[in-house]
Write a protein that binds this ligand. Structure first.
Ligand code: AMP
Ligand code: TRP
Length: 329
């Protein structure tokens, strides 16, 4: 039997090169070795207010970008989180074994909570729901970017705590492993290479969206923050140059440091533009093809849900039984 893989992306903002190089590209590469489930985590998205009309269309856009990035719907299940009721149900059961101190310690919670006047309960619960996503399918491997490592550790802690409280000597839940990409686990913002590239950053030149037109992405890369050196010094790359190099190498694995040594920054950036464009062009073409046929996308999501629902239902049944909750005989 193949080990199971689970991962997810929030359908908010514009999916960007960090999402692709940190997550989607890795998913596409490993999918055939595993039984893979890739999820559009809309319940996570609503931990911050989302315009309902926009959210609905973002869910479809994200699903289409999964396929455009190389996820094969026949091979892997593409699902929407709120379509499978077990995610929210299991999250409640896990909430009840999770100390609130574990959640308050999460870096992402602290950063997001700081920016808000009132902190919604959902923001605190966010990593428990993420643990539920993974444990619902007993996924052994979770491919994510580096920023999710802490949430994965918490998932392991929750699984172990649940197993020891309710497992009666058995492991009810598989304790999952994190799978980071070799290159591209942490792509930084083009305008500020000390901040990770993120959907919520506001700068117009911060992130390269997967659907950016060629002239838009060229412009963003040409304006990316570097340092005051004139040419690439491969012994001592500053953070901006290092980030652009990582991007080029993650887009094209044949790229080496020697290839860019002593390149003047203008030429180096053109070199990066070419690698990024070559990566994104086929993804954008496939995206257009997929979105031309809404019925196809509906079918993919329906098929994915039908494939995984029995697994989710089985986990909910065994978890309820283990806790002594009611299940009809
Ligand atoms: P999110 O945009 O928060 O829904 O993230 C979805 C996936 O993309 C997760 O696996 C993240 O770890 C990954 N990811 C997000 N931003 C970056 C980044 N700047 N560099 C690498 N991976 C990222
Ligand atoms: N929290 C993740 C992020 O923002 C998305 C996510 C939700 C996820 N559930 C998951 C990732 C389960 C991996 C596994 O990037």
């Amino acid at each position: 039997m193949k080990a199971r893989v689970f991962s997810g992306i929030q359908p908010t903002g514009q999916l960007h090169l960090g999402n692709y190089l940190g997550a989607l590209k890795n998913w596409a590469e490993i999918q055939s070795h595993y039984e893979s489930i890739f999820c559009i985590v809309d319940l996570h998205a609503v931990t911050a207010y989302q315009n309902p009309v926009e959210l609905r269309s973002k869910i479809r856009e994200t699903a289409a970008l999964f396929i455009a990035s190389g996820i094969h719907p026949k091979e892997s299940s593409i699902i929407v989180q709120s379509d499978i009721s077990g995610h929210a149900e299991l999250a409640w059961m896990l909430t009840c074994v999770t100390p609130v101190g574990w959640l308050q310690r999460m870096t992402q919670f602290k950063v997001k909570a700081e920016k808000q006047e009132t902190v919604g309960d959902g923001l605190l619960q966010y990593p428990v729901l993420m643990a539920a996503d993974i444990l619902l399918y007993n996924a052994g491997i979770v491919p994510v970017g580096e920023d999710q490592s802490q949430h994965l550790e918490l998932t392991r802690d929750i699984a172990q705590r649940f197993n020891s409280l309710y497992g009666a000597g058995r492991d009810l839940f598989v304790v999952p492993a994190t799978h980071l990409p070799l290159v591209g686990a942490r792509i930084m913002g083009l305008d500020d290479p000390t901040q990770k590239m993120s959907k919520s950053a506001i700068g117009a030149h911060h992130a390269i969206a997967l659907l950016d037109a060629p002239d838009v992405l060229r412009n963003k890369i040409m304006r990316a923050t570097t340092d005051s050196h004139p040419a690439v010094d491969i012994e001592a790359m500053g953070p901006g140059i290092q980030n652009l190099f990582n991007i080029a190498q993650a887009c094209d694995e044949t790229v080496t440091k020697e290839q860019v040594a002593f390149m003047r920054y203008g030429d180096f950036k053109k070199f990066v533009v070419e690698r990024v464009m070559a990566r994104l062009a086929p993804i954008q073409a496939k995206y257009r093809e997929v979105t031309e046929d809404p019925a196809y996308l509906d079918g993919v999501l329906r098929e994915g849900a039908a494939r995984v629902r029995p697994i989710a239902e089985e986990t909910i049944r065994t978890t309820k039984r283990a806790m002594g909750l009611y299940t009809a005989e």
